[in-house]
Design a binder for this molecule. Sequence first.
Ligand SMILES: Nc1ncnc2c1ncn2[C@@H]1O[C@H](COP(=O)(O)OP(=O)(O)OP(=O)(O)O)[C@@H](O)[C@H]1O
Length: 330
Amino acid sequence: MTPRTAAPPPAIAVQDLRKRFGTTAALDGMSFDVAAGKVTGFVGPNGAGKSTTMRVVLGLDTPDEGQALIGGVPYAKLRRPLGHIGALLDAAALQPGRSARNHLLWLAHSQGLGTKRVDEVVEQSGLGEAIRRKAGGYSLGMRQRLGIAAAMLGDPPVVMLDEPFNGLDPEGIVWIRGYLKALAAEGRAVLVSSHLMSELEGCADHLVVAGRGKVIADTGVAELIARSSGGRVVLRTSARAEATTALANAGGTVAVTGPDQLTVDGVAAENVVRLLNSGGVPFAEVSAHRASLEEAYMDLTRDSVEFRAATAATSTATTAGIDGTDGGAA
Ligand SMILES: Nc1ncnc2c1ncn2[C@@H]1O[C@H](COP(=O)(O)OP(=O)(O)OP(=O)(O)O)[C@@H](O)[C@H]1O
């Protein structure tokens, strides 16, 4: 008989974590795995338990029940932890009087790492000459870059970042998306939290959606988007009313999604073209719809009463983010 080789443990395993702060159940059975070679988005409204989960992974909070493992080992048992997991939890936690470079040198030396590695992570961070300035004068976006540079010092196979998009300008957001994808392409496991689904567009391969201390969805992004896009057709026309009538008569469900745009469910693209042509309805473009991550997320959570309750309880924002009551929860 051929001996079976055991599958390697997940890069991060979060196993049935429970944690109360007084009367608040911050974690209520949080469980998921994070795989190598992917960017996993960890999303959910404020208070869903994302930061607490990450703190437990790093041994900064002790769970009441359950455990978190990094490559099969609890953080406390890792020798030279920076070489196993790089993390950014709080970009504001810096010594303001020390130059950013000295901050990295101090961290590197405390882990037996040299100046060369510091120069490499500075190069990747895009901080350039600003690295010689005092960290106290840094913007939040620069602190995020510095925090990510610090997380990468030990060249870890697992990277975990809590809300790294906070404070970044559009150029910074593009930079970090590309950087996270490159880390995953090198085979690393990347776990990145965000309360705005749109930030993860084009960068996350997998999503773990949290609400009220537990996972409410754990899904690949490609399959999620394919599921949400399924069968929908986008139509550009100056004759919205006529087009709506023709398509509704053919059994389609039609929604107005722009000044000269309709989105049609239930009629295949070729039939949309045929119906409009035969009815003499002018149109400029008919295309299969590809759902955005935001839309896919809304579809995903539409039926989640639990998530709606969590959102209503924790959200005051009204933007169409996942923490907005007219966003994911509507
Ligand atoms: N040290 C603490 N003391 C008391 N309550 C806490 C503490 N840490 C977290 N909580 C509570 O636990 C719940 C989960 O918080 P957590 O910060 O993990 O959520 P989150 O999903 O990261 O949200 P955010 O996006 O706001 O950071 C919240 O209700 C929060 O107020």
